[in-house]
Design a protein around this ligand. Structure first.
Ligand SMILES: [Fe+2]
Length: 201
């Protein structure tokens, strides 16, 4: 899958009827509207550290330690709002009563002076009955930074396709298929992100 396709397809896959092409424009529009609806729940004051899965949520605890860099891959990118959401331990995004695109497990952080942000959450599971690798969706936006999307997959997930692994390896330290390290019952993932012109929508 092309990188662009990966970036676009991940949100769309979550919502698309299986018989429809995942890149159809109306779905993207619907997705953007859902994103906007979700932002109404954003806390007024954000910190560089936030929680996604609530305490007591079933699953394996996971800490995603992100660091956002400018296009040069060296300068940290501060004051960027990072919105992240993912599936629960059953691979489900939404509470049925709240409808599709309500994203039960979601959170917001803002990058600090070093570009760092951290999400405390649980490891997401793959969509039930599907072969899509487990993943986390992240949007980035800030003053002077148009909203864009990126994603995170896990190196130890057998569902991650070979082409995604190859692309990630090619991206070096900014690859989106990340190693997972278990420490004291918590899975840790480092997520360095470089701002690029991909994933803008
Ligand atoms: Fe997804």
């Amino acid at each position: 899958m092309e990188r662009r396709a990966f970036l676009v397809a991940l949100p769309a896959i979550a919502v698309a009827l299986r018989t429809e092409p995942v890149h159809a424009a109306p779905q993207d529009l619907e997705f953007v509207r859902a994103w906007e609806r979700a932002q109404q729940l954003r806390p007024r004051i954000l910190s560089s550290r936030a929680r996604i899965a609530p305490v007591g949520e079933p699953g394996t605890p996971m800490i995603i330690a992100g660091r956002l860099f400018a296009r040069d891959g060296r300068q940290p990118a501060p004051d960027v709002t990072v919105f992240a959401y993912h599936t629960d331990a059953n691979g489900i995004y939404d509470e049925r009563s709240k409808g599709p695109h309500s994203w039960r497990l979601k959170g917001w952080a803002v990058t600090n002076a070093e570009g760092r942000f951290e999400f405390e959450t649980n490891r997401p599971a793959p969509y039930p009955g599907r072969t899509t690798a487990a993943h986390v969706h992240l949007s980035l936006e800030g003053r002077g930074l148009q909203r864009r999307w990126t994603g995170l997959m896990f190196e130890d997930d057998p569902l991650v396709p070979a082409d995604e692994r190859a692309k990630s390896a090619k991206a070096g330290q900014f690859g989106s298929v990340r190693p997972v390290v278990m420490r004291n019952g918590v899975e840790h993932v480092d997520l360095p992100i470089k701002i690029t012109d991909e994933g803008v929508f």
